[in-house]
Design a protein around this ligand. Structure first.
Ligand SMILES: Cc1ncc(COP(=O)(O)O)c(C=O)c1O
Length: 475
């Protein structure tokens, strides 16, 4: 490359290697409550209503004045130490808080890390070590789901199934002998006419049982699903009997039941004013053995995620080596844990989990009423609590998807942004490649007025895009 050519490549609007590389992405300037100020292509957009809080991250909204002194105190308290040699009280306190705010005896310990991907990566290794500690080293197989997302590290991609995972399949963990996939749970597309929810669940459970039997149950280590999928599939609530049925199969074949609640958990979809999303679907008797969390745990104020470990796994370690192999430099980081605990205590004190469950369901039902029967591109509106999605289809009756190249999910995101509403458009829900959705995951602090404002802007954006597509002949 000539010096001139190299200079042309280096001369860039952005020095961050992310998203579109040679173009500065929209930048956040600031935020207050449920509104953000964003600069895009040289123009400043004030009062952008944040209906997705980044990637379902924000519980408290932005610029929370009560969190600033918590951050200051945590910074003053903080002296870094390498966690597997010298620990800190804040990580203990956060673990105790999560355990005590979950149903009794479900979780017994927690590991804190910095991202959801890292939490799933660690969970895979904890499960592996668990099987070795109890003398079952032949148990290596992990069964996760078609059309799923568990993170962007190679281990997490290996248990995922989506376009992002597909890109890296040649360097992922073996998909035939180690990271197996079971059918997606997706009633909108795959529950048959005349089939009840329970019958659909049973069909999926039969398929899972067949995979376990076909792959020698003695070698199956774990079954894992997102309790409420998000970026992969759009927010599909589990049909009746599905999660409890997986639990029963795990019990039957001595397999670990793991839930990924990185995106849907930590208060976003809990019906009891607590933390876990699974409490919307199953009782403590069917709880997971291990669970990953992230996102709203730090609510965007700190980078924190975690692995919650049940008593069965913890006991096996204690009765074995009593040590966890390996760790990360920034695991159980004292500053992150102290701020996250402050965030969670505020959420708990102010009943914000109960608020988002109520307000989120109100938002969802208003969107269903307004969009499903009208002549537009919305085929489904689904979700629970503070996590909802719209699915776009070419034909509401046949559920035909739009051609991939139209990229409707992302186009909808752009239309919403122009209408000063932040949502997340995604593609690939139907089969890993095609299908378009948009996600909504507002802050837990939203009021009825905010719900109405979000609903109004979503309707306006759906109508605008539908009209544009009609005019250009793509719908
Ligand atoms: C269900 C689920 N698991 C894991 C992750 C990965 O989390 P992170 O992006 O923090 O690594 C995500 C991210 O969206 C997710 O939705």
């Amino acid at each position: 490359m000539t010096v001139e050519a190299a200079a042309a490549v280096v001369s860039t609007e952005s020095y961050v290697f992310q998203g579109t590389i040679n173009k500065k992405p929209p930048h956040v300037i600031g935020g207050k409550g449920v509104y953000m100020t964003i600069e895009k292509d040289g123009k400043v957009y004030e009062d952008v209503l944040d209906a997705v809080t980044g990637a379902a991250v924000g519980a408290l909204g932005w610029g929370d004045e009560e969190i600033l002194p918590i951050i200051e105190k945590a910074a003053k308290n903080h002296t870094y130490s390498f966690p597997s040699i010298i620990g800190n009280q804040a990580s203990e306190d956060l673990a105790k808080f999560y355990i005590e705010n979950s149903p009794k005896d479900v979780f017994a310990a927690a590991l804190w890390c910095c991202s959801g991907s890292e939490s799933n990566e660690n969970a895979m290794k904890i499960i592996r070590q668990y099987q070795m500690e109890r003398g079952c080293p032949e148990k290596t197989k992990i069964i996760s789901r078609d059309i799923s997302y568990h993170g962007f590290t190679l281990g997490a991609l290996s248990i995922s199934h989506c376009g992002r995972a597909d890109l890296f399949k040649d360097i992922s963990i073996d998909q035939t002998n180690t990271c197996l996939k079971m059918p997606v749970c997706y009633p909108y597309r795959y529950q048959q006419k005349g089939e009840t929810e329970e019958q659909y669940s049973q069909r999926l459970l039969d398929a899972l049982e067949k995979i376990i039997l076909d792959n020698d149950p003695k070698t199956v280590s774990c079954v894992l699903v997102e309790t409420l999928p998000g970026s992969s599939l759009g927010t599909v609530p589990s049909p009746k009997g599905y999660l409890s049925g997986i639990r029963a199969l795990c019990n039957k074949y001595d397999v670990i039941f793991m839930l990924d609640e990185v995106m849907c958990g930590t208060g976003r979809c809990n019906p009891n004013g607590k933390l876990n999303c699974w409490e919307s679907f199953i009782g403590p008797e069917d709880a997971p053995d291990i669970q990953t969390v992230g996102k709203t745990l730090g609510s965007g104020y700190v980078t924190i995620a975690g692995v919650l470990v049940g008593p069965k796994i913890r006991d096996a370690f204690i009765n074995g080596s009593n040590a966890v192999f390996g760790s990360h430099t920034y695991a159980s980081h004292g500053f992150n844990c102290e701020v996250a605990l402050g965030v969670q205590k505020k959420i708990s004190r102010e009943g914000l989990t109960a608020n988002i469950f109520k307000m989120g369901n109100l938002m969802g039902s208003k969107l269903q009423d307004a969009l499903l029967k009208e002549d537009n591109i919305v085929g489904d509106v689904r979700g629970i609590g503070g996590f909802w999605s719209l699915e776009f289809v070419k034909d509401k009756a046949t559920k035909e998807v739009f051609p991939v190249e139209l990229d409707i999910g992302h186009r909808f995101q752009k239309v919403c942004f122009d209408n000063k509403l932040s949502v997340m458009g995604m593609q690939g829900n139907a089969d890993g490649t095609s299908g378009d959705i948009a996600l909504l995951a507002p802050a837990f602090i939203i009021t009825e007025g905010d719900v109405d404002a979000i609903v109004q802007k979503v309707i306006e954006s759906v109508n605008q895009l539908t009209k544009e597509m009609k005019a250009e002949g793509t719908w």
